[in-house]
Design a binder for this molecule. Structure first.
Ligand code: NAD
Length: 490
């Protein structure tokens, strides 16, 4: 059924800059229809044992590997990068296998606990049942299109939910080849839907689902949280960051500059947990900057051949505009560009690895998310100043501390207000179990997407409370002055 509300959306090839992909946005009627179909299919999926669902997820991993090249090609067209597209597809299969292994370890086969005795009334026993939300919704951004579409949806499927996923309108080409992988897996085909569209489609999705997982920017995250709150549905939000790294005087300069460079320019800095602020002990500052600049100058762009070069283009034109604006603001306020700093327009738009010095916290580049390969470096004189600067932010996603030893770095890491702190490296939070960013700043809300907490987000606990003796009589409270252990005698 064609909805009245559909609009045409155009997408651009990030490598050659041509607008070469058009699709119709799903409207509210399409979403209502998809969600009601998911509600019909979900009970059979939830009724499978945890191991049976895990086995189906394992088959999906095999099918994705069989479709590896077409999915990579679709991702590469949208993102302009090849090697990270390969890594994304391989990572999607790994993520499925990891959850296929972990789900039966975390959840019981029957999704319920053993019956236990109540501590209040000894004839009463209770048993918890884990009930998956029927339909969970997922809205994802453009920086890792397939990874972030599936990262939360897979544990939701493992828990027994049906899922409906809206990837970013900037990078949704991968959906067509990915849907091919579901054709021979009927158990999954009934409980997985993708809807294409922009913010309007995302907003309509929130109105139809039982819980929502959102990955994206802080301003959109706020709209999502407000819409979910109006419906009283749970929202799990993974938002932006402005990650700091503190480099202490004892750090090995070669390792530290390797870690900071990779942490700041991987995927051209279009990573939520990218290093965006660097604080270095003044004792090693000059040498640190010299080595970092030398390494940053050696980072190559994939302007000609998409399969060559260290770094791909800016995926989204509007993000390139943000990067250019942050550079202009920093320079206007007195920052010095040590290397890079000029956007390269060759069909797509590239930003070279760019090191800046002379930066202050008055500049946008030290306060707002750049989401590009910009590396502003500041010197500090004592570690308290470094901690104060690192914590001078509205974000709290993650951060890093690099010192000569882990033991030296850890007490400093303990003072950083963020969900996950990498020690003696950068960007390790994607490897960890259960970092929570709920309590700090604007970087998110809800349980962790890593580890057992991730799957628990998709379950509500229902209790069966069973009376094995006679129920209390109405007079029992008055006679005994309280509930007490009375039902045996009653
Ligand atoms: P965005 O907020 O602009 O868009 C994200 C998604 O929200 C898109 O699919 C978009 O169509 C949808 N959307 C827009 N308006 C909506 C609305 N009113 N209701 C519902 N959905 C709506 O973010 P982006 O530019 O795609 O992604 C970049 C941002 O994502 C950065 O801030 C980055 O830090 C963040 N991010 C966070 C993580 C994390 O795990 N914390 C990971 C990757 C990216």
């Amino acid at each position: 059924m064609v909805s009245q509300t559909k609009t045409l959306i155009e997408a651009r090839n990030a490598h050659n800059g041509r607008v070469d992909f058009t699709f119709e946005a799903a409207g509210a009627p399409d979403i209502t229809k998809a969600v009601s179909e998911l509600r019909v299919a979900q009970p059979a999926w939830a009724a499978l044992t945890t191991s049976a669902r895990a086995a189906v997820l394992g088959r999906w991993a095999d099918a994705i590997e069989a479709m590896r090249v077409p999915i990579i090609e679709a991702l590469a067209a949208d993102t302009g990068r090849w090697y990270l597209s390969e890594a994304e597809v391989d990572g999607a299969a790994k993520n499925l296998r990891r959850w296929a292994r972990m789900a039966p370890e975390i959840l019981s086969e029957t999704m319920q606990t053993e019956a236990q005795a109540s501590v209040l009334i000894d004839t009463v026993r209770f048993q918890n049942q884990f009930v998956p939300y029927e339909v969970a919704g997922f809205i994802s951004p453009w920086n890792f299109p397939i990874t972030l579409s599936l990262i939360d949806a897979v544990p939701a499927l493992a828990a027994g939910c049906a899922v409906i996923i809206k990837p970013s309108e900037v990078t949704s080409r991968f959906v067509a080849p990915l849907l091919e992988t579901l054709k021979d897996i009927p158990e999954l085909a009934g409980v997985v839907r993708f809807v294409l569209g922009d913010g309007g489609t995302g907003a309509a999705l929130i109105e139809a689902v039982d819980m929502i997982c959102f990955t994206g920017s802080v301003p959109t995250g706020r709209k999502v949280a407000e819409a979910a709150a109006r419906r009283f549905i749970p929202a799990s939000l993974e938002l932006g960051g402005k990650d700091p790294v503190i480099v202490m005087a004892s750090a090995d300069l070669d390792r530290a500059t390797d870690a900071v460079l990779r942490g700041a320019v991987l995927n051209a800095g279009q990573v939520c947990l990218s290093i965006e602020r660097v604080y270095v002990d003044r004792a090693i500052y000059d040498e640190f900057v010299a080595r970092l600049v030398a390494k940053a100058r050696a980072v190559t762009l994939n302007t000609g051949d998409i399969q060559q070069g260290d770094m791909g283009p800016m995926i989204f034109v509007r993000q390139a505009d943000v990067v250019a604006a942050h550079l202009a603001d920093a320079v206007a306020r007195g920052a010095k560009i040590e290397c890079g700093g000029e956007l390269v327009r060759a069909g797509g738009i590239w930003c070279p690895a760019t090191v800046l010095t002379g930066v202050t916290h008055e500049m946008d580049i030290m306060r707002e998310e750049s989401f590009g390969p910009l590396i502003p470096v500041m010197a500090f004189d004592d570690i308290n100043e470094a901690v104060r600067l690192a914590n001078d932010t509205v974000f709290g996603l993650s951060g890093s501390v690099i010192a000569g030893t882990v033991a030296e770095a850890l007490p400093v890491a303990a003072q950083i207000n963020a969900g996950g702190i990498s020690v003696n490296d950068c960007g390790l939070t994607s490897q960890t179990f259960e970092p929570e960013k709920t309590s700090f700043g604007l970087s998110g809300l809800g349980g962790s997407r890593m580890g057992p907490a991730s799957i628990h987000r998709f379950l509500r606990k229902k209790a069966f409370i069973m009376q094995t003796g006679a129920p209390l009589k109405i007079g029992a409270f008055a006679e005994r002055g309280g509930a007490g252990k009375s039902s045996k005698a009653a």
